[in-house]
Design a protein around this ligand. Sequence first.
Ligand SMILES: [Fe+2]
Length: 167
Amino acid sequence: MLKHSTNGESENYMETTQQIELRKLAQLDVDAIELYEAAIQRISVPLLRDKLSEFRTDHEQHVVNLNAELVKTGGKAIEAKPDLKGTVLRGFTAVTSMMGDHAALLAMTANEELTNRAYEKALKIDWSSSQRELIQQNYDDEKRHLAWIKMAAKEKPWEHESQASVH
Ligand SMILES: [Fe+2]
Protein backbone atom coordinates (compact mmCIF):
# COMPACT_ATOMS: atom_id res chain seq x y z
CA MET A 1 0.00 0.00 0.00
CA LEU A 2 1.25 3.47 -0.82
CA LYS A 3 2.36 5.36 2.24
CA HIS A 4 3.59 8.88 2.72
CA SER A 5 5.35 10.56 5.60
CA THR A 6 3.65 13.60 7.03
CA ASN A 7 5.55 16.83 7.49
CA GLY A 8 6.08 17.70 11.11
CA GLU A 9 4.75 14.39 12.37
CA SER A 10 6.61 11.58 14.04
CA GLU A 11 8.43 9.36 11.57
CA ASN A 12 6.46 6.42 12.85
CA TYR A 13 3.22 7.92 11.62
CA MET A 14 2.80 7.19 7.94
CA GLU A 15 -0.41 8.12 6.21
CA THR A 16 -2.08 6.04 3.56
CA THR A 17 -3.32 7.64 0.35
CA GLN A 18 -6.85 7.38 1.73
CA GLN A 19 -5.92 9.08 5.00
CA ILE A 20 -4.22 11.91 3.15
CA GLU A 21 -7.34 12.41 1.05
CA LEU A 22 -9.64 12.25 4.09
CA ARG A 23 -7.48 14.81 5.86
CA LYS A 24 -7.45 17.16 2.84
CA LEU A 25 -11.21 16.98 2.50
CA ALA A 26 -11.72 17.56 6.23
CA GLN A 27 -9.46 20.64 6.12
CA LEU A 28 -11.33 21.91 3.08
CA ASP A 29 -14.61 21.53 4.96
CA VAL A 30 -13.15 23.34 7.99
CA ASP A 31 -12.08 26.21 5.74
CA ALA A 32 -15.48 26.24 4.05
CA ILE A 33 -17.16 26.65 7.45
CA GLU A 34 -15.09 29.77 8.04
CA LEU A 35 -16.13 31.22 4.69
CA TYR A 36 -19.76 30.47 5.45
CA GLU A 37 -19.39 32.29 8.77
CA ALA A 38 -18.09 35.34 6.93
CA ALA A 39 -20.86 35.20 4.35
CA ILE A 40 -23.62 34.68 6.93
CA GLN A 41 -22.41 37.71 8.89
CA ARG A 42 -22.45 39.92 5.82
CA ILE A 43 -25.57 38.82 4.00
CA SER A 44 -28.67 40.77 4.92
CA VAL A 45 -31.44 38.64 3.40
CA PRO A 46 -32.94 36.23 6.00
CA LEU A 47 -33.71 33.58 3.36
CA LEU A 48 -30.07 33.51 2.27
CA ARG A 49 -28.73 33.55 5.79
CA ASP A 50 -30.94 30.60 6.76
CA LYS A 51 -29.90 28.57 3.75
CA LEU A 52 -26.21 29.34 4.19
CA SER A 53 -26.49 28.38 7.88
CA GLU A 54 -27.97 25.06 6.81
CA PHE A 55 -25.07 24.48 4.37
CA ARG A 56 -22.54 25.44 7.04
CA THR A 57 -24.06 22.73 9.26
CA ASP A 58 -23.53 20.20 6.44
CA HIS A 59 -19.86 21.19 6.27
CA GLU A 60 -19.59 20.77 10.05
CA GLN A 61 -21.08 17.30 9.67
CA HIS A 62 -18.51 16.49 6.97
CA VAL A 63 -15.66 17.42 9.31
CA VAL A 64 -17.15 15.09 11.93
CA ASN A 65 -17.67 12.16 9.58
CA LEU A 66 -14.30 12.52 7.81
CA ASN A 67 -12.50 12.77 11.14
CA ALA A 68 -14.34 9.71 12.41
CA GLU A 69 -13.18 7.80 9.34
CA LEU A 70 -9.60 9.04 9.82
CA VAL A 71 -9.61 7.74 13.38
CA LYS A 72 -11.21 4.47 12.31
CA THR A 73 -8.34 3.86 9.88
CA GLY A 74 -5.77 4.52 12.61
CA GLY A 75 -5.11 8.08 11.51
CA LYS A 76 -5.38 11.34 13.40
CA ALA A 77 -8.41 13.59 13.37
CA ILE A 78 -7.69 17.12 12.21
CA GLU A 79 -8.31 20.07 14.47
CA ALA A 80 -11.33 22.04 13.42
CA LYS A 81 -9.21 25.15 13.23
CA PRO A 82 -9.39 27.23 10.08
CA ASP A 83 -6.35 28.83 8.54
CA LEU A 84 -7.75 31.78 6.67
CA LYS A 85 -4.43 32.69 5.11
CA GLY A 86 -4.09 29.15 3.88
CA THR A 87 -7.68 29.23 2.75
CA VAL A 88 -7.24 32.21 0.48
CA LEU A 89 -4.01 30.78 -0.87
CA ARG A 90 -5.77 27.57 -1.70
CA GLY A 91 -8.15 29.28 -4.04
CA PHE A 92 -11.19 30.16 -1.98
CA THR A 93 -12.75 33.55 -2.67
CA ALA A 94 -13.07 35.80 0.35
CA VAL A 95 -16.41 37.36 1.17
CA THR A 96 -15.67 40.93 2.20
CA SER A 97 -17.71 43.60 3.94
CA MET A 98 -17.67 45.59 0.67
CA MET A 99 -19.78 42.97 -1.04
CA GLY A 100 -23.51 43.15 -1.45
CA ASP A 101 -25.68 40.04 -1.19
CA HIS A 102 -25.32 39.16 -4.84
CA ALA A 103 -21.54 39.52 -4.96
CA ALA A 104 -21.28 37.42 -1.80
CA LEU A 105 -23.36 34.71 -3.47
CA LEU A 106 -21.09 34.75 -6.50
CA ALA A 107 -18.08 34.37 -4.21
CA MET A 108 -19.76 31.44 -2.48
CA THR A 109 -20.54 29.90 -5.88
CA ALA A 110 -16.82 29.93 -6.68
CA ASN A 111 -16.06 28.40 -3.28
CA GLU A 112 -18.61 25.66 -3.72
CA GLU A 113 -17.18 24.88 -7.15
CA LEU A 114 -13.87 24.31 -5.39
CA THR A 115 -15.30 21.92 -2.80
CA ASN A 116 -17.30 20.14 -5.51
CA ARG A 117 -14.17 19.59 -7.59
CA ALA A 118 -12.26 18.32 -4.54
CA TYR A 119 -14.93 15.72 -3.74
CA GLU A 120 -15.28 14.70 -7.37
CA LYS A 121 -11.52 14.18 -7.56
CA ALA A 122 -11.44 12.30 -4.25
CA LEU A 123 -13.87 9.72 -5.62
CA LYS A 124 -11.28 8.71 -8.20
CA ILE A 125 -8.99 6.97 -5.70
CA ASP A 126 -9.53 3.51 -4.21
CA TRP A 127 -11.90 3.39 -1.25
CA SER A 128 -13.62 0.66 0.70
CA SER A 129 -17.33 0.57 -0.14
CA SER A 130 -18.32 2.27 3.14
CA GLN A 131 -15.70 4.98 2.62
CA ARG A 132 -16.88 5.55 -0.92
CA GLU A 133 -20.43 5.84 0.32
CA LEU A 134 -19.36 8.48 2.86
CA ILE A 135 -17.44 10.56 0.32
CA GLN A 136 -20.33 10.26 -2.15
CA GLN A 137 -22.84 11.44 0.47
CA ASN A 138 -20.71 14.47 1.29
CA TYR A 139 -20.29 15.14 -2.42
CA ASP A 140 -24.06 14.99 -2.87
CA ASP A 141 -24.36 17.72 -0.20
CA GLU A 142 -21.81 19.79 -2.10
CA LYS A 143 -23.72 19.40 -5.35
CA ARG A 144 -26.90 20.50 -3.59
CA HIS A 145 -25.15 23.55 -2.10
CA LEU A 146 -23.73 24.61 -5.43
CA ALA A 147 -27.02 24.14 -7.28
CA TRP A 148 -28.95 26.20 -4.73
CA ILE A 149 -26.42 29.04 -4.52
CA LYS A 150 -26.19 29.22 -8.32
CA MET A 151 -29.98 29.33 -8.56
CA ALA A 152 -30.17 32.04 -5.90
CA ALA A 153 -27.45 34.15 -7.57
CA LYS A 154 -29.31 33.94 -10.87
CA GLU A 155 -32.90 34.28 -9.77
CA LYS A 156 -32.42 36.50 -6.69
CA PRO A 157 -35.55 35.07 -5.03
CA TRP A 158 -35.35 37.64 -2.21
CA GLU A 159 -36.04 40.45 -4.71
CA HIS A 160 -39.27 38.78 -5.80
CA GLU A 161 -40.16 38.35 -2.15
CA SER A 162 -39.68 42.03 -1.33
CA GLN A 163 -41.58 43.03 -4.48
CA ALA A 164 -44.38 40.71 -3.49
CA SER A 165 -44.60 42.29 -0.06
CA VAL A 166 -44.69 45.80 -1.56
CA HIS A 167 -47.64 45.07 -3.83
FE1 LIG B 1 -20.75 23.13 0.34
